[in-house]
Design a binder for this molecule. Structure first.
Ligand code: GLU
Length: 353
């Protein structure tokens, strides 16, 4: 073998060594795909009609080759649905899989691709049930993958970069959309179309993604993940909790309907600071007396639903949701009901989570 050949074999070996070492130092992020607009395709790049959950996780990842610069990626398709069809079966499958995978020391964080309609709910459910301090980041897109200026690829890159950063450890579950990092304990979809739809209307995002790195400006004080007291590992269903909306001239028809449907708890999305008509107040008070707990929340987009405001919660044994929206209140109440029906204990949870 001549010197030239030996040199080129040596350079090839060094390249392989560098690639291997490089691959080892990069964090490994596990992407769990559930569908949504980020995996949606339409016939045209300029009109809005499309079908959510059409492309596979492999196709999604292939569209963003830059991911390889920040992490080694492993992936798995958990579901491929529009998130209006998200359900407890998928939630339990997802959280059990995360809890299992998080024990693997070679996995550094998780990214979950998800439709945006119920992304806030899945994020909050995982925030209370995932047993790991490794970063868990949900991501979606407001525009399908075939649209002009699709937001999915950038959001996915940012989500993976966020999950890959050691700064994202023990921050609770987060959602990364439109360069914002938003904590799952207070996140809302605020606009049906805008790419900037996701926000924390009370306190703003935890930080932003900038040049592929998170810049955090605050941390949530709410309990989450490994500090949360809920364990769903042995559950195959969750207790039924219904949300009832307050408006002018309300009667107790929907309270009765929910109880007849077998609700084990009720969330009232009241007017203003969780207020309700006299007829509804009486019906909800009766519900508590029958052993079906009631949480007062608000139909407003921001602000707390406070204990002891116009309604004396202790007089009716109600709990107040504070900063949780009716959707998130429902999730916390479902999990609370796996442990207790005592309104004081439920109120404690609504203060801590
Ligand atoms: N309804 C779809 C979903 O939630 C579209 C919303 C989206 O992903 O942006 O999956």
């Amino acid at each position: 073998m001549n010197t030239k050949k030996i040199k080129s074999i040596l350079s090839l070996c060094m390249l392989i060594v560098f690639i291997t070492i490089g691959a080892q130092v990069k964090p490994t992020i596990y992407v769990l795909a559930t569908g949504g607009t980020i995996a949606g395709t339409g016939k045209s790049s300029t009109t809005s009609a499309y079908k959510a959950g059409s492309i596979s996780v492999e196709q999604l990842l292939d569209a963003v080759p830059d991911l390889a610069t920040v992490a080694n990626i492993k992936s798995e398709q958990i579901a491929n649905i529009g998130s209006q069809d998200m359900n407890f079966q998928v939630w339990l499958k997802l959280v059990k899989r995360i809890n299992e995978l998080s024990k693997d020391p070679n996995i550094n964080g998780f990214v979950i691709t998800h439709g945006t309609d119920t992304q806030d709910e899945t994020a909050y459910f995982l925030n209370l049930t995932a047993k790991t301090s490794k970063p868990i980041v949900l991501v979606g897109a407001m525009r399908p993958s075939t649209a002009l200026s699709a937001d999915g690829p950038r959001n996915l890159f940012n989500a993976v970069a966020c999950a890959a950063s050691p700064e994202s450890i023990a921050k609770g579950v987060m959602v990364v959309m439109d360069d914002k990092i938003i904590g799952a304990d207070d996140i809302s979809k605020t606009n049906t179309l805008s790419v900037g739809s996701f926000d924390n209307p009370n306190f703003g995002p935890l930080g932003i993604m900038y040049n592929g790195k998170p810049i955090y400006t605050r941390t949530s004080k709410k309990k989450n993940t490994i500090d949360a007291e809920f364990d769903v590992t042995k559950l195959d269903k969750l207790p039924r909790v219904d949300i009832i909306l307050g408006y002018v001239n309300t009667d107790k028809v929907f309270v009765d309907a929910a109880l007849n449907a077998g609700a084990k708890g009720l969330v009232y999305a009241g007017v203003g600071n969780g207020n309700m008509s006299g007829e509804v107040l009486n019906a909800l008070s009766q519900s508590v007396k029958k052993g079906i707990p009631v949480v007062r929340s608000s139909r407003l987009p921001a602000g707390p639903t406070c204990q002891w405001d116009e309604i004396d919660d202790d007089a009716h044994n109600f709990s107040a949701s504070w900063y949780l929206t009716p959707q998130r209140s429902r999730i916390l109440l479902m999990l609370a009901l796996t442990k207790t029906t005592d309104y004081r204990e439920i109120q404690r949870m609504f203060t801590e989570y």
